[in-house]
Design a protein around this ligand. Structure first.
Ligand SMILES: *Cc1c(COP(=O)(O)O)cnc(C)c1O
Length: 399
């Protein structure tokens, strides 16, 4: 099994060097984008450099896979064409009758893949409140193979206790996979906390520039890697060389980007909490967040995602999100630029209103992906959007 090359030093150092080295052929410092489907062989069945065909492996992708392994404290990584393709590869290793205990506020696409695709193949899912480890334990059965966590979750930024979940799952012979997309490995490393597998959408913080779609699985040991690598090759949803290069470029600055995302988000969360029109702010860094203590223990910073509830329901949320000038109205997250969206009418619109309300998603909910622009400009942008909500409410009252 390949182990990450140049995986030395602390996080920031590994981010820049792991999996990479100057090209032995010509000294190119940056890993080339190997745009090739196939590789010359010295004799039949004797590939020259260990590569045969780029669905199976490609040197640019290998560099990224080793880089991500080093960042998540794993010993292998596998990259896919999207976050959902990574989730799909993980699910491909299950058999009919196998059971998964999953969080009840997962990324919508993950929920759709579970319920609309894999339930049809006989894989069983139980959706529970994974912020409560007793609820996870109660849902485990003889058939449970995996506990599937997303922490922090979307859009309410709830946390699951990864070590506690790993303890109860392992005691019953199940494994734990964590979707670490919202935190990134700079802020949270599930394998160090006892999880068995980490999943990422590379389209978010790891890529970091909103310019690609990709996914990854990272873990330890061949027993887990071999079936996943088999499915990566057998199914073929692998990450392309150019996208692999772009993510490698992204991870080099992950540490400083996450520091700034977190600092900006903290400042804006505190600022929003003092505003009259804002009824509630969801941010793990605020002392009144229900899992603030867990966040301090489990994460090395609180991340760039902030959600809040505006007084005035859907109309207020939509007025606000349409009034910002620096925050771009768009789905997705994790890029250097700030984005804003209204979960009830955008990312979570497919969830029926009653179900959404029962899950705690208020109509006036707004979600920010706080970028790394100057925080004063971002705060001023939110202030002028609040003014727009106030004047639109006054205009509405006059009619
Ligand atoms: C975006 C996202 C995914 C899916 O990733 P894609 O790259 O869009 O396929 C999975 N989980 C979380 C938490 C995400 O934000």
């Amino acid at each position: 099994m390949p182990t990450p090359r140049n995986a030395h030093g602390r996080f920031e150092t590994r981010a820049i060097h792991a999996g990479q080295r100057p090209d032995p052929a010509n000294g190119a410092v940056m890993t080339p984008v190997y745009l090739t489907s196939t590789y010359a062989q010295d004799a039949p069945g004797r590939p020259r450099g260990g590569y045969e065909y780029s669905r199976t492996s490609n040197p640019t992708r290998t560099a990224l896979e080793e880089n991500l392994a080093a960042l998540e404290s794993g010993d292998w990584g596998l990259c896919f064409a999207s976050g959902l393709a990574a989730t799909n590869a993980f699910l491909d290793t299950l058999a009919p009758g196998d059971h998964v205990v999953a969080g009840n506020d997962l990324y919508g696409g993950t929920y759709r893949l579970f319920t609309k695709v894999f339930e049809k193949y006989g894989v069983k899912f139980s959706f529970v409140d994974t912020t409560d480890v007793a609820a996870i334990e109660a849902a485990l059965t003889e058939a449970t193979r995996w506990v599937y966590l997303e922490s922090p979750s979307n859009p309410l930024l709830r946390l699951s206790d990864i070590s506690a979940a790993a303890e109860v799952a392992h005691a019953r012979g199940a494994r734990v996979v964590v979707d670490n997309t919202f935190a990134s490995p700079y802020l949270q490393r599930p394998l160090e906390l006892g999880a068995d597998l980490v999943l990422h959408s590379l389209s978010k913080y790891l890529g970091g520039h909103s310019d690609l779609i990709g996914g990854a699985l990272i873990g330890r040991g061949e027993e887990l890697r071999d079936p996943l690598a088999f499915h990566q090759n057998a199914v073929g949803g692998c990450l392309a060389p150019l996208d692999s290069f772009l993510v490698l470029r992204g991870t080099k600055t992950l540490a400083i980007r996450m520091e700034r995302h977190s600092a900006n988000a903290m400042a804006l969360a505190e600022h929003l909490a003092t505003q009259e029109l804002v009824q509630r702010v969801y941010y793990p860094g605020l002392p009144d967040h229900p899992q603030h203590e867990l966040a301090k223990r489990q994460m090395h910073g609180f991340g760039g995602m902030v959600s809040f509830e505006l007084e005035g329901g859907v109309a207020a949320g939509e007025t606000f999100a349409s009034a910002t000038r620096i925050f771009t109205l768009a789905e997705s997250l994790g890029g250097v630029e700030s984005l804003i969206e209204t979960p009830p009418t955008m990312t979570h619109a497919s969830i029926p209103a009653e179900v959404r309300h029962a899950a705690g998603l208020a109509d006036g909910l707004v979600r920010l992906s706080v970028g790394i622009e100057h925080v004063d400009d971002l705060a001023a942008d939110l202030d002028q959007a609040l003014t727009a909500v106030r004047s639109s409410a006054r205009a509405g009252a006059r009619v």
